[in-house]
Design a protein around this ligand. Structure first.
Ligand SMILES: [Zn+2]
Length: 282
């Protein structure tokens, strides 16, 4: 269990389990001879990737960033990715029931980030977190609804459309504060409108910040600027967004949270040698 305090807030990594990703796709144009020094794929060249949600307890609100894969995948995709569906058990283990969650934030609407937004109940789709207000970016939602050849597979309407229709999901237009100390900021590249979640709390005189950086830097093995996933729609923009992120996060020592790193879900990025970046464990 990964848990820490950030000022007055408590941060906990709550995982939906792990799923398979193709290791080549995970590292984009980086050759296997390089990435295989860091990770070892299975006989089908797959890696076990994490599905880390971040639970933020502010004292007033319980906020969940990202909701994993969930339990609604079609059987064919269960065969490809697995369907661990552990998020609710892991929330329960830290003392929370679904109705205790006040706010859900999706950084983007790919199926591995918003799967537990809803559950199937007979013929109907119901919100998993009945009392929560959900937040996502409007342009991300609009993009998903286009169902383009390249990425239609990642956008599954039952994960968000019922919530938009009922008004339980608020669609945002750019950067915004969601609650005191919790804000979202667009870091484009993986998708055009992916948002990171920035958490800020004061302890005494010191202001502490954390950032759920989502698929801009999916794991601690993706710190270097050119280690960009093949899934990214705009890889050059990903590089620029990473530079912008490091420009703030390194000097201000933000705790960076990685969505898909099962081993090292968070840490402090620092400048390494020859333009590289290294991670100091939290
Ligand atoms: Zn994604």
């Amino acid at each position: 269990m990964h848990r820490t305090t950030l000022g007055d807030f408590e941060l906990t990594i709550v995982s939906d389990g792990t799923y398979f990703l193709d290791a080549g796709a995970f590292f984009g144009v980086v050759p296997k001879t390089m990435w295989s020094k860091k990770v070892t794929p299975d006989e089908k060249n797959r890696l076990d990737a994490g599905l880390n949600s971040l639970l933020i307890r502010t004292g007033e609100k319980s906020i969940l960033v990202e909701t994993g894969i969930g339990n609604k995948l079609p059987e064919k995709l269960v065969q490809i990715y697995k369907q661990p569906a552990k998020l609710l058990d892991n929330l329960h283990a830290v003392g929370l029931a679904p109705e205790d969650i006040d706010i859900v934030i999706n950084t983007h609407l790919h199926f591995d980030h918003c799967g537990w937004n809803t559950m199937r109940c007979g013929d109907s789709i119901l919100p998993t977190f009945p009392k929560a207000t959900y937040y996502a970016q409007r342009k991300e939602w609009e993009h998903g609804r286009l169902q383009l050849e390249r990425d239609a597979i990642s956008y599954m309407s039952p994960n968000y459309d019922p919530l938009v229709e009922s008004g339980q999901m608020v669609l945002l237009d750019g950067d915004r504060e969601i609650a005191p100390g919790i804000s979202v900021k667009i870091f484009p590249g993986h998708t055009a409108n992916m948002q990171a979640v920035i958490v800020e709390s004061e302890s005494g005189a010191a202001k502490k910040k954390a950032c759920y950086i989502s698929d801009l830097i999916p794991t601690s093995n993706h710190l270097d600027l050119t280690w960009v996933m093949a899934f990214d729609l705009f890889p050059l923009t990903t590089i620029e967004s990473k530079k912008r992120y490091y420009g703030e996060a390194i000097p201000e020592r933000w705790l960076t949270v990685f969505t898909h790193d099962d081993q090292t879900p968070w840490g402090y990025v620092e400048n390494g040698e020859r333009g590289r970046f290294i991670l100091e464990p939290a």
